[in-house]
Design a protein around this ligand. Sequence first.
Ligand code: SAM
Length: 481
Amino acid sequence: MEKVINESQQGQSLVLEQDKKNSRKLYIESYGCQMNFSDSEIVASILANEGFNTTNNIEDADLVLVNTCSIRDKAEQTVRKRLEHYNSVKKINPGMKVGVLGCMAERLKSQFLEEEKIVDLVVGPDAYKDLPNLISEVDEGRDAVNVILSKDETYGDVAPVRLNSNGVTAFVSITRGCDNMCTFCVVPFTRGRERSRDPQSIIEEVNDLWERGYKEVTLLGQNVDSYLWYGGGLKKDFEKASDLQKATAVNFANLLDMCAIAQPKMRFRFSTSNPQDMTLDVIEIMAKHANICNYIHLPVQSGSNRILKAMNRQHTREEYFDLIDNIKKIIPDCAISQDMIAGFPTETEEDHKDTLSLMEYVKYDFGFMFAYSERPGTLAARKLEDDIEEPIKKRRLQEIIQLQQKHSLYRTQQHLGKIEEVLIEKESKKSSLHWSGRNSQNTVVVFPKENYKPGDFVNVKIIDCTSATLIGEAVGYSNNN
Ligand code: SAM
């Protein structure tokens, strides 16, 4: 299963092709959501033009960059531990410089330089184009910080270098920032206000990926359904746009349609959808195009109307059910996944039961479940005491996870006996004799390799399953090849 936060990827160092002209060595490590991994590809691309080749050996590196996540306290603690490790490496490699990128850089700003003596460079998510100047500062012996958030930076003009890629699937950023102001969430503070990327540059990136053999693209943003291009600028300023800009604006349904038409054999996915912004026209465009996958990641966070309100989620439980009903009516085999937070301030047993009953209604295909972690500066941290005791949070989280496991198995069992199109991505982790890929619903499918290869679309008969994986055997190429 593809995860919004893929635990197996956390901390991966990213390595790309070497350019012989380049003499300095960059080691870059990424944590957190897929946006961060995608941003590291932009950073590596910018620094490749500044004389840096990447290395996966930290002891060789002239520059170590860590792209950080602030979403929960645990994510920040992981980065602090990595900084301790870099400190020990510095004893062997004293010339090495250390930079912190991403959400933690934005949240802590120059405070980082005081708290972590090892850090030379602090760069927020909108300032990566300033890296060449900032690195010159560091080269001259000064610490350097740029955490300015931008109204229009989308990196649409930077061709990301695909790092550690399987050559089959890729992520393409379409929006940056978030305007939702969910009271638990640090993202609006660390990634700024929401802005969308020029659709033309998105289509060009998609076409280029197709030319280079990629077969699946996931359109990426904190809230993709809110995508709106009207010539550039913040989403919140759309109302000030000219009549012509408004009349020619491109929304998310239009963008999906454009992508699906531009590359009819490329598969498209998208993540993340916020229920309040997902409209029927998006679901109808999904139904219209066979190459848009039948899968929606639709975080709900809680099943209680009172908690949804306290989280500022802008929709009720009933409105969420209406959306689920519409999705299932228009695309009956659409898979749906969730994010859930257990133990938000003031959550009662009744509220928790509402979450469990919402899950019973939807029976999600899979989910990503977390205990509430208070984040400094958020509205919840300022207004609400983190009053649910740790053992209660943990028990509620465990109940949510257990119920999800039951539903995941129920959902994978629905695939038994069916023949489904699978895009082969790589060798199965558990067996060198099997391929691993995903069906349209985003469930991992493994099957014997035979003569197929990564990048092939194969029809697979599903013969067995666990709660996370489908096991099958190939019956031939699909007609998408
Ligand atoms: N933009 C998406 C949305 O609003 O639904 C996802 C944002 S976040 C990168 C991914 C998930 O982390 C959220 O959906 C939420 O479940 C979880 N999360 C965010 N803030 C949290 C917090 N303070 N404590 C625990 N989990 C949190």
